[in-house]
Design a protein around this ligand. Structure first.
Ligand SMILES: C[S@@+](CC[C@H](N)C(=O)[O-])C[C@H]1O[C@@H](n2cnc3c(N)ncnc32)[C@H](O)[C@@H]1O
Length: 299
């Protein structure tokens, strides 16, 4: 959604931008090009391979960017508070990660059951699947994947691992397909379980919450944050965050009006509704079909 990101962040010469999910460097290159000759960009990605790819892609902008391997949850640890005109968080996985069997994100091809965005991290999907109790696994599949057959799948996993640990993506995908056959569905029956495992292995929602807080800290007043999410759980975190900071009070949960503490609003929504990919983007990149971009401006 590069066109939408540029329209939201309005890059200009001399501006300073942060890309918390630099991936292959597509958005970063577009921001650097649109802010030439003096715009600067800070970028990070949890995945070291993505960082290397982005550095190579951005070579033509040498001297105007700095990229680190890190989570966007730590953006405020190395970028000065109030220094950025725009921040982009393009959540989820890149096509490179999805299409690389060894990373273990995809049920389409066989690979180790890994799913770590940062391969230096200890917890893998295999460890989660083989060492978590069936009740807890069912909860994960339901809460983070919305999987209706969560219990049956979790029990089948627990039975299977008594004789043979689950170590390969295909092994898990085949087991799920046996429990809940595809029927007339378009999507693979393992889609939701794989999503749930990935979210938990990488603590994606925890990083997102901290990343949004960090992004607001590094923005200047008038600076904008664009967050592109790919599933409802991410979008709910973004919406809730924007809703809370665009109100002129702090509230407890549950919100009791008498207990609200007044404070100035910290940001405003640039658009009430999420921006969706256009027809051309959908044609070129069918995976963008579930993308939703929300844009906020710091006050
Ligand atoms: C959809 S891709 C981004 C593609 C990028 N915008 C581009 O133009 O090439 C998402 C990227 O975000 C990274 N990522 C996901 N969560 C992250 C986090 N908490 N901190 C940093 N990077 C993260 C993934 O490793 C992946 O490379």
């Amino acid at each position: 959604m590069t066109t939408e990101v540029l329209a939201a962040l309005r890059p200009r010469p001399g501006g300073c931008y942060a890309d918390g999910t630099v991936g292959g460097g597509g958005h970063a290159a577009a921001l650097l090009r649109a802010s030439a000759p003096t715009g600067r960009l800070f970028g990070c990605d949890r995945d070291g391979a993505a960082v290397q790819a982005a550095r190579a892609r951005l070579a033509e902008f040498a001297g105007r960017f700095e990229i680190r391997q890190d989570s966007f949850a730590g953006l405020d640890q190395w970028i000065e508070a109030g220094s950025c005109d725009g921040v982009i968080l393009d959540l989820g996985l890149s096509s490179v990660q999805l299409d690389w069997p060894e990373r273990g994100f995809s049920f389409q091809s066989d690979g180790p059951l890994d799913m770590r965005m940062d391969p230096a991290q200890e917890l893998t999907a295999a460890a989660l699947v083989n060492q978590t109790g069936a009740e807890e696994l069912a909860k994960i599949f339901w809460e983070y994947g919305g999987e209706a057959n969560a219990r049956r799948i979790a029990r089948a996993i627990a039975r299977e691992r008594e004789t043979r640990p689950l170590e390969r993506t295909r092994q898990l995908a085949d087991l799920i397909e046996r429990i809940s056959p595809r029927g007339g569905r378009k999507s693979h029956p393992a889609t939701k379980v794989f999503q749930a495992l990935r979210i938990v292995v990488n603590d994606e929602l925890g990083h997102l919450q901290r990343g949004l807080e960090a992004a607001v800290k590094i923005l200047k007043p008038g600076g904008r944050l664009a967050a592109i999410s790919f599933h409802g759980l991410e979008d709910r975190v973004v919406k809730k965050f924007g809703g809370r900071l665009s109100r002129d009070y702090e509230a407890h949960e549950p919100d009791v009006p008498e207990l609200r503490r007044p404070r100035p609003a910290i940001l405003r929504w640039v658009q009430r509704k999420a921006i969706l990919p256009g027809a051309e983007e959908l044609r070129e990149n069918p995976r963008s079909r579930s993308a939703q971009c929300r844009v906020m401006e710091k006050l």
